[in-house]
Design a protein around this ligand. Structure first.
Ligand SMILES: Cc1cc2cn([C@H]3C[C@H](O)[C@@H](CO)O3)c(=O)nc2[nH]1
Length: 223
């Protein structure tokens, strides 16, 4: 079992609201050779055979949310199953937040029909039975919806320019329901980082988080 345990990389997923600072967090970990960083494939979502599905989803949610989330599920599954030569895999978001935060939100606000959600759940169930989707640690970059919203505006991604603050409140609440209240399946222990901190303060948090990840990786292999 030990050699199999060491075969699968120590897998960490970074979760949090739009604009919570995930890219900054991932960039910090790019510096370590032992870590394979897999950022969200946003550019695939903006150009799927020439279609900008991200823009379509925000422009006409009822028509395009299911299409968009179906493609997200494929591309994020590709990250979960991607082989890596590194001892640690660090993924931006996951198939879990796809379902429990974003798809759930779209089902609740009527952008995706429950019948369509059930089709996605069948794919999810098959994927769990046929792929290794295990995760060792969830890093939750916790912010306030207002902070996340302001950072999104500052980043100024064209497709997101009309996303309202209440959407950030909804997505924030679903992360809290999932990761803290454990209302949906939570596949690993959760490490909460106060992502409201500014750049200098946050570096201290990242350094502590790095120490914990590297230590736990060693423990896992030693077992
Ligand atoms: C896993 C997952 C990531 C993800 C991102 N998004 C949106 C939020 C942001 O506007 C953009 C990039 O994260 O894509 C989404 O609607 N559904 C998602 N599901």
């Amino acid at each position: 079992l030990k050699q199999f345990a060491s075969l699968r990389p120590y897998t960490v997923i970074v979760e949090g609201n739009i604009g919570c600072g995930k890219t900054t967090f991932l960039n910090y970990f790019q510096q370590f050779d032992d870590v394979n960083v897999l950022a969200e494939p946003v550019n695939k979502w903006r150009n799927c055979n020439g279609y900008n599905l991200l823009d379509k989803m925000y422009s006409d949610p009822k028509k395009w949310s299911f299409t968009f989330q179906s493609y997200v599920q494929l591309t994020i599954l590709q990250h979960h199953t991607m082989k890596t030569g590194h001892p640690i895999k660090l993924m931006e978001r996951s198939i879990y937040s796809a379902r429990h935060c974003f798809v759930e939100q779209m089902a609740r606000n009527g952008s995706i029909e429950r019948a369509s959600v059930s089709v996605m759940d069948e794919w999810f169930k098959w994927a769990k039975e046929n792929c290794d989707l295990s995760v060792d640690l969830i890093v939750y970059l916790k912010t306030t919806p207002e902070t996340a919203y302001q950072r999104m505006l500052a980043r100024n991604r064209p497709e997101e320019q009309y996303v309202p603050l209440e959407y950030f409140q909804d997505i924030h609440n679903l992360h809290e329901e999932w990761l803290l209240q454990k209302r949906f399946e939570c596949p690993a222990p959760v490490l909460i980082i106060d992502a409201n901190l500014d750049k200098s303060g946050i570096m201290e948090e990242y350094s502590k988080c790095k120490a914990q990840i590297f230590t736990e990786r060693e423990l896992k292999v030693a077992l």
